[in-house]
Write a protein that binds this ligand. Structure first.
Ligand SMILES: NC(=O)c1ccc[n+]([C@@H]2O[C@H](COP(=O)([O-])OP(=O)(O)OC[C@H]3O[C@@H](n4cnc5c(N)ncnc54)[C@H](OP(=O)(O)O)[C@@H]3O)[C@@H](O)[C@H]2O)c1
Length: 293
């Protein structure tokens, strides 16, 4: 299968490229220097050259504060960019897999969100990503929209200054005696390598639609940090932050745990418990450290 990956050098995109290559597919990876999502002309020109049968769009403007201060640019990339990709896919008979976010929800449910729950984003990022989902599903008949949450991978997240949460905690633990982490925001930390595997599975299916695609279970950021330190044997004093100690500049959902109900319904869910995903990530990380030392 000919597969195009947009955002190929990103945290998720790099694992998606690797997963399709491992699967024996012909992969065309495009970085921001190859393709500009906010230009329909650029999307058209770049995708036309490789004639993809399956297109994965991992690229986004997803720095939450930047989206809030520049919603026009965020809409141009996250919504109109998704529309351009979907328009190309529909005309050429290709399938598009679009990556979205748990931030389409307001967090008030207090129980895991399923695909049929109403979206109610709290910020410009979530609003523009929801618009991207809607353009994708309205324009491209053959589409997969995957909502992911709190992702981390071996390649750094380019939009968030390079360090994922695991690496940030490990770095801070080397610099400080005590760390304070919020215990009132709940997510499902999900390794990008699992999302990439899920995409390969879906690329062989015609069960198009909207999917929640996160690891199983949930935790607060404090609980995630505790698991990281326990799993790595890191000695640091970890405390729960006081309510309001780290005020967010932009409103965010306090609870954005997703349930992969649609994937389970079609018997395609590949995700494991978030702790297993973390241990797998740490194992690969140690192997890479040995290889590069
Ligand atoms: N990170 C999270 O915790 C999280 C949580 C939920 C959902 N998501 C979603 O997951 C997806 C992947 O995130 P990630 O962590 O892999 O992000 P990332 O590491 O920042 O990668 C994003 C990629 O998109 C490219 N890009 C940005 N703007 C572009 C544009 N206008 N045109 C073309 N390419 C552009 C970036 O290139 P440059 O860096 O060179 O601009 C980069 O290659 C995104 O759709 C995001 O909304 C992420």
């Amino acid at each position: 299968m000919r597969v195009a990956v947009i955002g190929a050098n990103g945290q998720l995109g790099s694992d998606v490229v690797a997963a399709f290559l491992r699967n024996g597919d012909e992969v065309f990876g495009f970085t921001h220097s190859d393709i500009e999502l906010d230009s329909a002309t650029s999307v058209e020109a770049v995708l036309s050259v490789c004639c993809p049968e399956f297109i994965v769009n991992t690229a986004a403007m997803h720095h939450v504060e930047k989206c809030e201060s520049d919603p026009r640019d965020a809409f141009a990339v996250n919504a109109l960019g998704a529309k351009s990709v979907a328009t190309f896919a529909q005309r050429e008979g290709a399938t598009v897999a679009h990556i979205s976010t748990d931030y389409v929800f307001d967090g008030h449910k207090g129980a895991p969100y399923v695909e049929t729950d109403a979206a109610a984003p709290l910020n410009a990022y979530g609003i523009t990503k929801l618009a991207g989902e809607n353009f994708t599903s309205a324009v491209a008949t053959k589409h997969f929209v995957l909502r992911v949450s709190a992702i981390y991978g071996q390649q750094p997240c380019r939009a968030k200054g390079g360090l994922n949460f695991v690496e940030l905690m490990l770095k801070l633990s080397r610099e400080r005696d005590e760390l304070r982490v919020v215990d009132d925001e709940f997510v499902t930390p999900t390794p990008t390598v699992q999302i990439a595997t899920q995409l390969v599975t879906l690329s062989r299916s015609s069960s198009y639609g909207l999917y929640h695609a996160t690891a199983e279970g949930s935790c607060s950021w404090y609980e995630f940090a505790r698991e990281i330190f326990e799993a790595t044997g890191t000695k640091v004093r970890l405390e729960k932050a006081r309510p309001g100690e780290f005020p967010a500049k932009v409103p965010r959902p306090r609870y954005s745990v997703l349930e992969n109900r649609a994937l389970k319904t079609i018997g395609a869910n590949i995700f494991t418990d978030w702790r297993d995903g973390l241990h797998e990530y740490l194992n690969i990380r140690s192997q890479m450290a040995v290889t590069t030392s």
